[in-house]
Design a protein around this ligand. Structure first.
Ligand code: ZN
Ligand code: ZN
Length: 250
């Protein structure tokens, strides 16, 4: 069973007491996907992989991450064929282009410009790495729900620090389909109280951090607030803002 392979990383992510175990899983999966695309295995030299990256391209965030990785020749080769395809399509679209009609009272019918516009929008939202990421994360969610049948794992969940808002939303969505029926009464109250308790804790850390800039607090203990801004951003957005760029090992 595929899910068996994912049991260990999911279990380990819950051992780490991070602000969100799914953020940890996602970071690891994303880094291994970046390494797959542009790392030492040189999958970009395989025509079938290149065919897919040419077709799908990368979103803004992932294009930057590919650049940051530091393999400039790999990056150039991936870009080269993707760019060439894009330029070819652009020339075709530009040749077919008709300027939109001047505004009139007649009902608007679809023009070449609309279809081109649609294609440009699709390209903007298409990303090989985002798709890979979504696929990997869905597998982790499925594994998580399968693992909940084990009382020991449920205890681990009960003692975690909750989830970020982004992964909480996805967790609730996948739960509708994958939560074992007999665990309804355990899952929803547990997760909601974990969320409230831990969102409150991070808010208190952030409040404390802000308070430390008040002169009346001079010399006070920072307590747990030194990294409160980074953890607040993680709870809100499901990212690690303090992470350095993920780079190839030299
Ligand atoms: Zn998260
Ligand atoms: Zn992306």
């Amino acid at each position: 069973m595929r899910e068996q392979i994912d049991t260990i990383p999911v279990s380990e992510a819950f051992d780490e007491h991070d602000e969100c175990p799914f953020c940890l899983l996602e970071r690891k999966a994303e880094q291994s996907a970046i390494r797959y695309v542009i790392g030492p295995g040189a999958s970009y030299m395989e025509p079938d992989v290149r065919g897919v990256t040419d077709e799908k391209g990368f979103c803004r965030e992932h294009t930057k991450k590919l650049y940051n990785y530091g393999n400039m020749l790999g990056c150039a080769l991936i870009l080269q064929t993707h760019y060439a395809g894009l330029l070819e399509q652009f020339k075709k679209d530009a040749a077919d282009f008709e300027a939109p009609p001047k505004k009139s009272l007649f009902a608007k019918k679809q023009t070449v410009t609309d279809r081109w516009w649609q294609r440009l929008q699709e390209k903007e939202h298409s990303c090989y790495l985002c798709e890979k990421n979504e696929y990997n994360m869905l597998r982790y969610y499925h594994t998580f729900f399968a693992m909940l049948r084990d009382p020991e794992f449920r205890q681990k969940v009960e003692s975690c620090k909750g989830f970020c808002m982004r992964h909480f939303a996805k967790l609730m969505e996948v739960a509708e389909d994958k939560l074992p029926g007999n665990l309804h009464d355990w899952f929803y109250p547990t997760v909601l109280s974990l969320m409230e308790e831990n969102l409150t804790r991070v808010k208190e850390d952030l409040d404390w951090f802000v308070g430390m800039f008040d002169y009346r607090q001079a010399g006070a203990d920072w307590k747990n607030s030194r990294d409160a801004v980074a953890r607040t951003i993680q709870k809100l957005k499901g990212i690690y803002p303090a992470d350095p760029p993920y780079k190839e090992k030299k």
